[in-house]
Write a protein that binds this ligand. Structure first.
Ligand SMILES: [Zn+2]
Length: 91
């Protein structure tokens, strides 16, 4: 099975059934902080990650810091595109 380049991005295509954060956001602890890893029922929604025991929250998403809703994902899913800076105009 091909390994995902960005497991976290794949997980975040889904809302979390456990902590109920919307797609595009990291998982949240009961204390309102960014969870250090994604909840199992959430990453089980990604077929390629079903064999994993845990999927860690990337360090740049600030695990342990106060949780804030991430940018909403709209319409078509394009993991990895979100958050990237658009470079100039290419036309
Ligand atoms: Zn969660």
């Amino acid at each position: 099975m091909p390994e995902l380049a960005e497991p976290a991005a794949a997980v975040e295509q889904f809302d979390c059934p456990t902590c109920e954060v919307p797609a595009g956001s990291t998982c949240r602890t009961r204390g309102g902080e960014v969870a250090p890893k994604y909840h199992t029922p959430r990453f089980m929604l990604v077929p390629q990650l079903r064999a994993e025991l845990e999927v860690k929250t990337p360090a740049d998403r600030g695990p342990g810091r106060a949780w804030a809703r991430g940018p909403a994902i709209s319409g078509s899913l394009s993991p990895g595109v979100r958050g990237r800076i658009r470079l100039g105009t290419c036309r």
